[in-house]
Ligand binder design. Structure first.
Ligand code: SF4
Length: 330
């Protein structure tokens, strides 16, 4: 590796866009400057916050937890906690839970781990099997994403969070943007900004993405330099069902040929969100799910819809769902 452009020490990171090589010290300073600028630019955090960090045990979320914990030492009004949702994916999640426990225990960060099994009665593996037996057309990632987001909001609120921080980096964010555009899902685009877009409901915890302007490569380098991840690499067994894999490959190829396109896509996304937010027809009404009482843009939220389709509802809940879906084809 070439020498650091600032001090001449051995480099650990090369910025493909500018060609700048940085050593450990100057990479960490660069990373810190970038994330602080994002937090300021989007007014993500105030003086008094209980920040609950959504943590999966992967490199991005452990980097975010570690970074915000470090930052909080200089802000007396900030409190940091971690929240991990254990979906119940055999051969995968148990290992990342261990990585998360190592970091929170090392730093002394309070945390909570809740599982799909505890709240929905089934692990994700069991949900996928049940869905197959019932002939449901939904992919594992669809159940996973809906139930995870549902629990993140509900449990963060129970933990007294003023804000929920997620580790979506630049790559994740533009992949989701493109995915939603391809699906003609503009309501979702509106809600994927650096700070929770238009969701305004007392039961909804404000969400922030402090890593939205840092690349996957930068968070991976941060995690590595801070000793946050083990050399073993674990991959979710359902990842191949996820269309995001193809989108990721496509965007990476574009970036390879046209450096800077990722940032350009982020700017496009922000412009689109700005334009769409002014379109009140997309704003929609957020009320509460008739079954679970959680915030929802429909009479019944997506998590309860899936519970209904999977047959994992209590009979009194089933009565309400039947009544709502009697005249609708969900
Ligand atoms: Fe969940 Fe899909 Fe991600 Fe696996 S790949 S953790 S199933 S969203």
């Amino acid at each position: 590796m070439a020498k650091c452009v600032v001090c001449g020490k051995p480099g650990v990171y090369t910025d493909r866009l500018t060609g700048r090589v940085l050593c450990k010290k100057h990479f960490l300073e660069h990373f810190d400057r970038k994330v602080r600028r994002t937090i300021r630019r989007y007014e993500m955090l105030g003086r008094r916050e209980h920040i609950v960090v959504a943590t999966s045990g992967g490199k991005d979320s452990l980097s975010l937890l570690h970074y915000l914990y470090g930052l909080s030492k200089n802000v007396p009004g900030w409190r940091i906690s971690a929240l991990l949702i254990d979906e119940g994916i055999k051969g995968y999640r148990e290992y990342t839970v261990k990585d998360m426990l190592r970091v929170v225990e090392d730093l002394g960060i309070p945390y909570r781990i809740v599982s799909f099994k505890e709240y929905f009665g089934l692990t994700l593996d069991e949900i996928v099997e049940t869905g197959k037996k019932r002939g449901l057309p939904y992919l594992p990632c669809s159940y996973c994403g809906v139930f995870r987001r549902y629990l993140l909001n509900r449990i963060a609120r129970e933990m007294g969070a003023t804000v929920l921080a997620t580790a979506h980096n630049l790559d994740d964010t533009i992949q989701t943007f493109l995915l939603n555009v391809l699906r003609n899902s503009w309501e979702r685009v509106v809600r994927q900004g650096p700070v929770t877009g238009i969701i305004d409901h007392p039961k909804f915890v404000r969400r922030i993405k402090p890593f939205v302007e840092v690349t996957e490569k930068e968070t991976a380098t941060y995690a590595l330099l801070q000793g946050l991840v083990m050399p073993e690499f674990y991959e979710c067994p359902y990842v191949h069902y996820n269309v995001r894999v193809s989108i990721r490959r496509f965007i990476n190829e574009l970036e390879e040929r046209h450096p800077g396109i990722k940032y350009s896509m982020l700017r496009s996304m922000l412009t689109v969100i700005d334009l769409l937010t002014k379109n009140h027809s997309l704003k929609g009404e957020i009320s509460e799910c008739r079954i679970c009482g959680e915030p929802s843009s429909h009479e019944i939220c997506r998590a309860c819809f899936y519970r209904y389709k999977l047959g994992i509802m209590e009979s009194r809940e089933m009565v309400v769902a039947e009544e709502v879906f009697k005249h609708k084809k969900p």
